[in-house]
Design a protein. Structure first.
Length: 114
């Protein structure tokens, strides 16, 4: 199953362009790592100080390749002082959507519809 990490960054407004450039650079480095399926970077459409990274790996153990990449420490040293708060990480495993499923019926109440 695909292992995914979702990273949220909140950047000081005066450093938006620096972080944006560093994220684009990081994408070009990390996308080449063994076991990496995708390494996406995004910026919030309503708040330009908020960025997200979605890292997709073939398996959980491939994350170690990412962490052992020499660029990993460089990226952290560069970006962390430019943030308003600590990096927020979420680790998830993607659901297997290749098989048919049966969705159980839902009983609705008036309260749930409001």
């Amino acid at each position: 199953m695909v292992f995914t990490i979702i990273v949220h960054l909140d950047v000081k407004s005066e450093h938006i362009d620096k972080v944006k450039a560093k994220l684009i650079e990081a994408n070009r480095v990390y996308a080449k790592d063994k076991g990496t399926i995708d390494w996406f970077v995004s910026q919030d459409v309503n708040d330009p100080t908020k960025f997200a990274i979605v890292e997709r790996y073939e398996q959980r153990s491939d994350l170690q390749t990412h962490i052992n990449n020499p660029y990993y420490k460089e990226f952290g040293r560069y970006v962390k002082p430019l943030l308003t708060k600590s990096i927020e990480l979420h680790s998830v495993e993607e659901l297997d959507t290749s098989k048919e499923v049966e969705v159980p019926p839902q009983t609705w109440s008036d309260e749930a519809e409001q």
